[in-house]
Structures are given as C-alpha cells and as structure tokens.
Design a protein around this ligand. Structure first.
Ligand code: THU
Length: 140
C-alpha cells in the first residue's frame, strides 16, 4: 500500500502539472507538486510571458496557489522539468523560488524532491539548497 508521503505520489502529480506548462519562449517545461500541511497537494507549472520578466516558475505558481487558498504550512515539493518536457536531468529550483520557500517553510525539514521519473529522484532539505537563508525569523 502506497503511503501518501512517499515521493511517488508527488512525482506523479508534478509530471501531471507539467502538461499545462506555458513555455512558448524557452520550451523548458516545468511542473511542481507541493504538499501542504493540510495534506492537500497543489500543482503548478511555469507560465512565461512575451515580456520575459513576468514569467512565473512552476514552484512559485504552486506556492501562490496554495497560499491564496489559506495554506501556510508545507512539508515537501517535487519539481520536474526539461526541454520540450523531456525529463533527462533534475531541474533544481531557481534562487527566487528558494527564497519563496524560505518564507513559508522550515528549512531544516522542508523537502525538495527532484525527479526524472517515479523511480529516479533525489531529495534535499531547503537548508541544503539555501544555506544561511534570510527568512521571517530575521525580522523578528
Ligand atoms: N523555471 C521554473 O519553472 N522553475 C525554476 O526553478 C527554474 C526555471 C522556468 C522558468 C522559465 O519558464 C523556464 O523554466 C526557463 O527558465
């Protein structure tokens, strides 16, 4: 019996999320699946823009969807991505997305899962990908 918290479920959801990637400029398709404290999974894809800078990454799409629904606690995110949606390498989160994670997640425990398929994945904590991150605690 598959446990909700195994990466498999999140990987599957992230791959599903990638189908809606709007990436006509880079053709780099990204999908993310974010597990909230409530147990709900929020999907996100990258959304590009002709003016380039308004582009939103898949991870931030997932976070902003979740926060806008009242979620403020998160356990893990899975990210998949590749040129034309071909998943050959891990797609690590950009610096801006790591900073958004820092706002809402415990860097010691929040898990970032990078995958190419359900059996090939690797996991990091946010702290590993954003050491000495600046967060809400610094303003207290
Ligand atoms: N992208 C993401 O969606 N997440 C990241 O963390 C890295 C980059 C997207 C943005 C853009 O649409 C495309 O990948 C190429 O940079």
């Amino acid at each position: 019996m598959e446990n909700e918290l195994t990466p498999t479920r999140l990987i599957r959801e992230a791959i599903r999320a990638m189908q809606y990637s709007y990436s006509p400029y880079s053709h780099f398709r990204v999908g993310a699946a974010l597990l909230a404290g409530s147990g709900k999974i929020y999907r996100g894809c990258n959304i590009e823009n002709a003016a380039y800078t308004p582009t939103n990454c898949a991870e931030r799409t997932a976070f902003f969807k979740a926060v806008s629904e009242g979620e403020h606690e998160f356990d893990a995110i899975c990210i998949v991505g590749g040129k034309d949606g071909i998943l050959e390498e891990y797609a690590p989160p950009c610096g801006v997305c790591r900073q958004v994670m820092m706002e809402f997640c415990d860097p010691e425990t929040f898990k970032i899962i990078l995958a190419t398929d359900e059996t090939h994945y690797t996991e990091f904590t946010l702290k590993e990908l954003l050491p000495l991150g600046f967060g809400p605690g610094n303003l207290r």
